[in-house]
Design a protein around this ligand. Structure first.
Ligand code: 5GP
Length: 192
């Protein structure tokens, strides 16, 4: 999606450790008009899928997921990160290692919000090593629900997450795929 690539080139900052900072339009301040264009594009890409729910993970997936959901007219569920939890049988849970914080979180969703008949689109801001998306897939499968696909704003194509998720036979659509980035020069290349 050209609009997103241009915005990343203009406002993204490449940080050491393979981190792309997009605070000014996606992760802190949010450009809702841009999110809306992203929502339109995901709707076009997944138009043939019978999606009835969107699943994301707190915190930075929530804003995008809500705008995307308006294009599908479906609810959004976000998986919650919890450091210590009482697993009382009312929750599905999985473990996710955070790429940016290098911590392992227990991530939970109430069972009542994931049902076997659900057809779910996963939405997140970044795909890096694939832990977050893999954890969300695990939650969906625990519920016996169907993963219809994964919609990502920015995939870092030089990390393994995209290959990992696609190798499971799951459709992954990323609106911008960064193939390389260099923190010294600040240069970025996108997959065409
Ligand atoms: P993964 O689980 O695929 O390794 O990482 C995905 C998660 O880590 C995303 O939910 C996102 O919040 C965060 N993340 C991974 N890489 C980056 C990055 O380069 N920049 C930012 N801002 N977040 C990232």
């Amino acid at each position: 999606m050209k609009l997103l690539e241009e915005r990343i080139r203009q406002d993204g900052v490449v940080k050491p450790g393979n981190v792309l900072k997009v605070d000014s339009f996606l992760n802190h301040q949010m450009d809702v008009d841009l999110f809306n264009e992203m929502g339109k594009e995901f709707k076009r890409l997944f138009a043939r899928h019978p999606i009835n729910k969107i699943l994301t993970i707190e915190a930075s997936g929530i804003g995008i997921a809500c705008i995307v959901a308006q294009h599908f007219n479906v609810p959004v569920v976000f998986a919650k990160k919890a450091k210590s939890i009482n697993l009382d049988g009312e929750m599905y849970s999985t473990k996710i290692e955070s790429f940016t914080h290098k911590k392992v979180y227990d991530v939970i969703v109430a069972k009542k919000f994931l049902q076997p008949e659900d057809h779910i689109l996963i939405i997140d801001d970044f795909l890096a090593n694939g832990c977050a998306v893999d954890g969300l897939i695990d939650l969906i499968r625990s519920a016996g629900a169907t993963v219809e696909g994964v919609g990502i704003a920015i995939e870092k194509g030089f990390q393994q997450g995209g290959d990992l998720i696609r190798s499971k036979g799951i459709r992954v659509e990323s609106l911008a795929i960064v193939d390389s980035m260099d923190c010294d020069s600040g240069t970025l290349t996108f997959r065409s």
